[in-house]
Design a protein around this ligand. Structure first.
Ligand SMILES: [Zn+2]
Ligand SMILES: [Zn+2]
Length: 260
């Protein structure tokens, strides 16, 4: 299974997971044009897309979903809350678009996608575990805190995409207005580097091959600080790579060897 991190951050999030010539998208916060450009940048060919999963209705995850789904003729999958919150309408989306309940598992071609509820100030936000070809990847961004459900869902993964949103000191000393600082650091906001590193320390295991540090704040974080927080807890046992809002990462091969 190959993982593409096309964009990660509050200006737009987009992931793609590929296996044996077929793929599924997770989130579509870029314009259709930029999404295509990033796919080329990642070295992604033209596989057969089977579906687009949207984690929650915030624009940085959902704003390009309708355009992307119609362009690729792929059905959209999200919770009912995310579906309505994003302004999706079955009449305007490709056939097969479906609303699921958090906790449901959806099988699409070689992919098995299990959804789970995360803590964020959205209507019904979702984290995902995607399995194909014996590999398991956990995806959890935009969450203010990680409870037992998140811990159990993200355990045993070969690859992770995990939010490392902000450095607490940068957030408190930074330019954001006080209410926004409170919202970000609340249990319904975003994970700090330290909280994410602690979570990673609890779910890291011998089979984990790579963790992508995702959704880094432009104003309140740097890739160096996020990587340092993760390394302090987990050392060099597996690959750590910071996602970027500005460019797509090269495709990451998961299972057996990881090539970055
Ligand atoms: Zn977001
Ligand atoms: Zn959000």
């Amino acid at each position: 299974m190959n993982l593409g991190v096309l964009s990660s951050g509050s200006n737009g999030n987009a992931l793609v997971v590929e296996h044996e010539g077929q793929c599924i998208f997770f989130d579509a916060g870029l314009s259709g044009c930029e999404h295509l450009k990033r796919m080329q940048q990642a070295g992604f060919g033209a596989p057969c897309p089977l579906g687009l999963f949207v984690s929650h209705e915030h624009g940085d995850h959902s704003r390009g979903a309708g355009v992307l789904a119609r362009k690729w003729k792929v059905p959209v999958f999200s919770t009912k809350g995310t579906f309505f919150g994003s302004g999706f309408n079955r009449q305007n989306l490709p056939a097969g678009s479906e609303r699921f309940e958090n906790g449901d598992t959806i099988n699409l071609g070689p992919f098995r996608v299990t959804s789970f509820r995360i803590s964020h100030d959205a209507i019904d936000p979702t984290g995902f575990v995607v399995e194909a070809g014996g590999a398991r990847v956990g995806i959890a961004t935009d969450m203010g805190e990680a409870g037992p459900l998140v811990l159990s869902m993200l355990s045993g993964c070969d690859g992770l995409v995990l939010e490392f949103n902000h450095d607490l000191e940068m957030l408190w000393d930074g330019p954001y207005p006080w209410p926004l600082k409170q919202r970000i650091s609340s249990g319904l906001g975003h994970l700090s580097n330290d909280d994410a590193a602690a979570l990673l320390g609890r779910i890291a295991h011998g089979g984990l091959k790579v963790c992508v540090l995702a959704h880094l704040s432009q104003e309140n974080n740097t890739p160096e600080l996020a990587l340092e927080s993760a390394r302090r807890v987990t050392g060099d046992r597996f690959a750590l790579v910071a996602g970027s809002r500005h460019y797509a990462l090269p495709m990451i091969q998961i299972v057996q060897e990881v090539f970055l």
